[in-house]
Write a protein of this length. Structure first.
Lengths: 64, 678
């Protein structure tokens, strides 16, 4: 099934992203739609900017 | 019945492997025994001890909603599949530490370091990571500093902050020194590492400006360009016109790294720091998997003796006897206080179920310990003569292959000048002599393993691959560390004058970055110029400071247990705490007050003063050495005093609670039933 294969690829990609600590825009949009349908959905660029700011904003993220 | 039998077999196999390692007296022993002993012990430790911790001591409860579930926001609080989170956590805790420490500690032979790495992690390091992850998970993902403040009082909180800042300075200096020693006079390595900067900037623009959010795509392109620049480095090194341009001395490299750290701290994060972080994460995970695969495929014989004569404290790489210095030299891999910062950072906000903390906190640290075991294998497979030629300081070896071979034969190892020059040629370097710091000998070991697994002809390429991979993530630690140090400094001075605390105010950013860079840069430059090799004084200081942070974390862990009414189990953190204190304080004391001038800072200062008096030492240079010795001594004493203060403050709290003069209440977030299906 091509649909299954595409889904599997999607899952692998999102796992690799999560391991590297990369943001997942699709998941965030899904979360907003589900939990806060009244809030505006930010553009991918805005989302990425805020993500980077939060991630490196405070505290160490990496060890020696 | 069958599972019980299987676990018995695992236990017996592990015990048998330890027996072979301990009793073997001969030419060489296969790395297979080392791997088997370690993995057998990890499996038993994970199956039985971590289960005891999870169920009896912490009482992990899958009916209790985690912060990721209760506070889910799609950004940092995200319920994550446990194997994915395991990978994320491992990528965050593993770095250069577990690779460099074991290589240096191989000076004592492979056995003492391996025993400490394996048993240290099961009873101390993994327990620390697990309990801090547990504590932070029950407190909405609070940081170590916040937990210290809330559970043991403001004084401990401030001391923990100061400890982190001091550790950062020493950590960055010593890691930068490792990079400098690996890259000096190596045009191939310098070219490849310099290329990582434009590659990262390109990725930064790709992810932010051209194709926002396409992080994976940009990273893939980055990795390809990185490999290309590695291959290109060979042509640079062989070109008569280009090679001199990229042949840098230690001091030039030191100033370059300092400049880089400053620029990376001041530039917007998206431009340099964030893309480098991704690049180094992928390279790190990929290379570690490659190394594990290579070791299992090749199973190299270990040529290093199990125990060398240098356990008596006369070792050329760093001074000091087996006890306590093997426990200081190997911090990351056995127990690393720094992990407490990561375990109370992003990971606790991503746990889906409470019970996942066992695999991620305890299991993640076991995995890092395995990286340390692999590093030990890579160092121990080298001929001991070659290992010491690479790692001993140049001042001890003399400048030539002939003089080095002479000195090393005097130590009782076999080495011919042709061996060391031939090896340098094989890996595409002018010389490998006196490259203290662990990275080059690890790279030679890795090159042996990987070329053994994937083809002999690529030795030089694998060597520089290993060098680039280490330098890449050390420099990533340097830039993120400088930035974190800058934030902490801005927070502190912000109390004195408010505008200095504004992280977005440019003058404040420049000043604070410059101050942090100057802090570690000073130690780096002095380390490069140190006649004993820099690593001799800086690495023990780093080990001591990292273990000090571990002591702080274990104190917080003990407080959590005692206040949570689990006082009868407090030994799970108190025993490792007592051990860490014993080794840290003994090592610190010896580094300051020992009579041997190679070991004791003050004794070295006294000898230098005598040399100035007799005219054997240039007065200006001598004065600088004496100042550094005293500075190092003050630093070591400060670390020890802070440790003792934190332990005392915590112990007071424990006694108050245990004698019922203070209520046994923890500041956990209230219980909320999970909505997930059981």
């Amino acid at each position: 099934m091509p649909g299954d294969r595409a889904r599997l690829l999607q899952r692998i990609i999102s796992a690799v992203r999560a391991v590297a600590g990369m943001p997942d825009y699709q998941a965030y949009v899904a979360h907003l739609r589900r939990c806060h349908p009244e809030r505006p959905v930010p553009s991918e660029r805005l989302f990425y900017d805020e993500f980077v700011k939060r991630r490196y904003g405070d505290g160490p993220t990496r060890c020696c | 019945m069958l599972p019980k039998l299987a676990w018995l077999l695992v236990a017996l196999a592990g015990a048998a492997a330890w027996g072979v390692l301990a009793l073997h007296r001969g030419e060489t022993v296969s790395a297979a025994w080392l791997v088997l002993a370690a993995v057998g012990t990890y499996l038993i430790g994970f199956r039985f001890y971590s289960r005891f911790l999870a169920e009896q001591v912490f009482g992990l409860n899958d009916r209790r909603a985690t912060p990721a579930e209760r506070l889910t926001n799609g950004r940092d609080f995200v319920p994550t599949t446990r194997w994915v989170l395991f990978g994320h956590h491992f990528a965050a805790i593993a770095g250069a530490g577990p690779l460099v420490g074991p290589v240096l500690a191989a000076q004592f032979g492979y056995l003492p370091g391996t025993i400490w790495i394996v048993f240290g992690v099961v009873f101390a390091g993994a327990v620390q990571d697990f309990i801090i992850l547990f504590g932070s998970m029950r407190r909405d993902g609070k940081s170590l500093g916040q937990m210290a403040k809330e559970e043991t009082g403001a004084v401990t909180g401030v001391l923990a902050m100061l400890a982190v800042l001091a550790i950062m300075v020493i950590l960055l200096a010593v890691l930068a020194l490792v990079v400098v020693n690996a890259l000096k006079d190596s045009p191939w390595g310098v070219f490849a590492i310099l290329c990582t900067i434009p590659i990262a900037v390109l990725m930064g623009f790709w992810m932010k400006v051209w194709r926002p959010g396409h992080t994976l795509e940009a990273s893939a392109a980055g990795v390809v360009l990185l490999i290309a620049s590695l291959i290109g480095g060979r042509y640079v090194a062989e070109s008569a016109t280009l090679a001199p341009l990229f042949t840098w001395s230690g001091l030039t490299l030191a100033y370059a790294v300092i400049g880089y750290g400053f620029v990376a701290s001041v530039l917007p994060v998206w431009m340099l720091l964030c893309p480098r972080d991704y690049l180094s994460t992928f390279m790190k995970v990929g290379t570690i998997l490659l190394l594990a695969f290579g070791i299992l495929l090749v199973l190299p014989p270990l040529r290093m003796p199990a125990v060398t004569r240098f356990v008596d404290g006369t070792g050329p790489i760093f001074a000091g006897k087996l006890f306590p210095f093997v426990f200081i030299t190997i911090a990351c891999g056995a127990i690393s206080g720094f992990h407490a910062l990561v375990a109370s950072g992003t990971t606790p906000k991503m746990l889906t179920r409470e019970s996942d903390a066992r695999l991620i906190g305890y299991g993640g640290m076991l995995m890092e310990s395995f990286v340390a075991v692999m590093a030990m294998c890579a160092a121990a497979l080298l001929d001991p003569g070659v290992y010491f030629a690479i790692n001993a300081p140049l001042a001890t070896l003399g400048g030539t292959a002939a003089s080095a071979a002479e000195v090393i034969r005097g130590w009782g190892f076999t080495l011919t000048p042709e061996q060391i020059t031939g090896l340098a040629r094989a890996v595409g370097e002018q010389t490998l002599l006196g490259r203290a710091g662990g990275a080059p000998s690890l790279a030679v070991g890795m090159a042996h393993i990987l070329s053994g697994a994937f083809g002999q002809s690529l030795m030089a390429l694998w060597y520089h691959f290993a060098i680039m991979f280490e330098a890449l993530f050390i420099l990533t630690t340097v830039d993120t560390g400088t930035r974190v140090g800058r934030f902490m400094l801005q927070e502190v001075v912000g109390h004195l004058w408010e505008p200095l605390g504004r992280t977005s105010w440019y003058p404040s950013t420049i000043l604070a970055s410059a101050a942090v860079v100057a802090g570690w840069g000073y130690f780096l430059v002095q380390g490069v110029m140190d006649p004993l090799g820099g690593i001799n004084s800086l690495w023990p200081l780093f080990g001591i400071s990292n273990q000090l942070l571990a002591a702080v974390a274990l104190c917080v862990g003990t407080t959590i247990l005692i206040k949570g009414g689990k006082g009868r189990y407090a030994w799970v953190t108190l025993v490792p705490l007592a051990w860490v204190l014993l080794v840290t304080l003994t090592a610190g004391w010896q580094k300051v007050f020992a009579d041997d001038p190679r070991l004791g800072f003050l004794a070295h200062a006294a000898v230098t003063a005598d040399q100035i008096a007799t005219g054997a030492m240039d007065p200006a240079r001598g004065a600088r050495l004496i100042f550094n010795d005293r500075l190092d001594a003050v630093l070591a004493i400060t670390f020890m005093v802070v440790t003792v203060l934190v332990v005392a403050a915590s112990a007071r709290e424990w006694v108050l609670v245990l004698t019922r003069r203070k209520p046994a209440t923890v500041k956990e977030a209230p219980f909320v039933e999970t909505a997930y299906a059981g």
